[in-house]
Design a protein. Structure first.
Length: 284
């Protein structure tokens, strides 16, 4: 039997740049729409008033998980010390929220390339940083989820197997796989095998359609995905991460050049119902 928490991403409601006002708005909308948790994308600096945010989360009766993406200055293969320092700072913020999960693109800066495939030396650098970061996270009761992303945004980890290979080399029990159906639709051969191979290493999943719109309106094979999740008795978070062009600044922030047919509220409500219906359909 699957054990799932349903969440919304900060990006479901506002642009990636966290502010007190936008964060409070995202918390309120997440709770009002019926989600259990909010995935908070931390700022690139991890400067974040965790006590104030925790107070708002408690007020609205939802929990949080965190995620982190690197900037060019913390691109892990090139700047391991800076990347590790940022991960540790972000883990401190995550712990201050009483959250037990931090995911994200913790292998490279989005859009940062060398012009070549990842090298063995770069892989070794990533493994060393992940190992030390995972130990720091373990002491704080946090699981770290690593998200592979598509070839147009990174060269380091594009597939679930890329991530699992490096996780295994660390030997750390609290490193997990964080998948995203948008990136899977580009890089994976199907939606079944990566989930089956990951098994209980899969702890977090971004639910988003091939065009970042309403689930079921694109090319993602949802039946295959949810059947595989049921097969592994998935225990973790299903977090909505689709975008509406009606949110000011969202088109520029996430390259959403086509006008969305749905508002953020319509996407959130429809996507939550879709996720719950699929889980019900494939649960045994």
């Amino acid at each position: 039997m699957m054990n799932i928490k349903y969440g919304a991403s900060l990006l479901s409601w506002t642009t990636p740049d966290w502010t007190h006002e936008s964060g409070l708005y995202a918390i309120e909308k997440t709770a009002e729409t019926g989600f259990e948790l909010l995935e908070i994308l931390l700022p690139h600096t991890a400067d974040f008033d965790a006590p104030a945010v925790k107070k708002h989360l408690n007020k609205h009766g939802i929990s949080a998980v965190c995620s982190l993406n690197f900037s060019e200055e913390t691109h892990l293969p090139a700047h391991p010390k800076e990347a590790l320092a940022l991960i540790k700072k972000s883990l401190d913020r995550t712990a201050a929220l009483d959250a037990d999960f931090m995911g994200g693109v913790l292998h490279s800066a989005i859009g940062c390339f060398t012009g070549n495939p990842v090298t063995d030396a770069e892989k070794d650098t990533v493994v060393n940083v992940w190992g030390e970061a995972a130990l720091y996270a373990l002491e704080r009761g946090i699981t770290m989820g690593i998200e592979p992303i598509n070839r147009y945004e990174s060269y380091v980890c594009n597939t679930s197997d890329n991530v699992l290979e490096l996780i295994e080399k660390t030997g750390m029990p609290n490193l997990a796989l964080h998948l995203d159906t948008f990136h899977m639709n580009i890089e994976e051969a199907n939606f079944k095998d990566p989930i089956l191979r990951a098994g209980n290493r899969l702890k977090h999943l971004h639910i988003t359609e091939s065009h970042r719109g309403m689930p079921g309106d694109g090319t993602v094979n949802w039946d295959e995905l949810f059947e595989a999740l049921n097969t592994i008795n998935f225990e973790g978070n299903l977090v909505l991460e689709n975008f509406s062009s009606e949110v000011p600044g969202m088109q520029q922030a996430v390259s959403l050049w086509q006008k969305s047919p749905f508002s953020a509220q319509e996407l959130a409500e429809g996507s939550l119902a879709f996720m719950k219906n699929k889980v019900k359909q494939f649960s045994i």
